[in-house]
Design a protein around this ligand. Sequence first.
Ligand code: DX5
Ligand code: ZN
Length: 227
Amino acid sequence: MILINLVSMKKIQISPSILSADFSQLGSEIKKLEECGADMIHVDVMDGHFVPNLTIGPPVIKSLKKYSSLIFDVHLMISPVHKYIDDYANAGADIITIHPEATDNLAESILKIKNLNKKVGLSLNPETKIDVILKFLDQIDLVLIMSVNPGFGGQKFMPEVLTKVKDLTAIKEDKGMKFDIEIDGGINFENSKAAIKAGANILVSGTTIFKDNNGDIKRNIELLRSK
Ligand code: DX5
Ligand code: ZN
């Protein structure tokens, strides 16, 4: 029996972060991302409390939904997060990713997102260990591994997090689990291959996609996806 390594079989998906987009043209920027082959839209929500930056909230997300049929991969860098989950679900988030540190009851917050028929993601900051979410891995759809400290685009990739990606991949394979592994922060054409090799199957990128190769978004998405 040939045991096919399913992890390496998964299609690599690209989720461009609109944090690096032109915020005065978010609708057309999102439309452009879909036309250029993005698999989903990474929406970085920041509250100026969980992270030292402030971006957009539910009304803006709701207004952006008409510009793309892609999945809205919403990364909530807000705390407390539990009481706002309904608002983001109603605004049109398809994946709702939260930070374990941002809720008093992670099990309840996961259940709330599932009951809203949304996909559940848990995000680990660079210094947060996999142990924090180990017992929830069989209940969630995605683990978002931060390769920068959350809050800003354009930061330097932290290669030490690749060990965490490899460890998570080993757990996933060992237990035959299905969750996606997404990596987020400082992803570029050099480190994307190492991230894929470690087991990430969704790459988030803002700066590289919007700024590299004179802003050739289509080319940048294709380059990031290549193994
Ligand atoms: C940081 C955000 C990331 C970031 C990615 O807090 O979660 O999504 O915007 O942007 P780049 O690719 O520029 O690091
Ligand atoms: Zn993000």
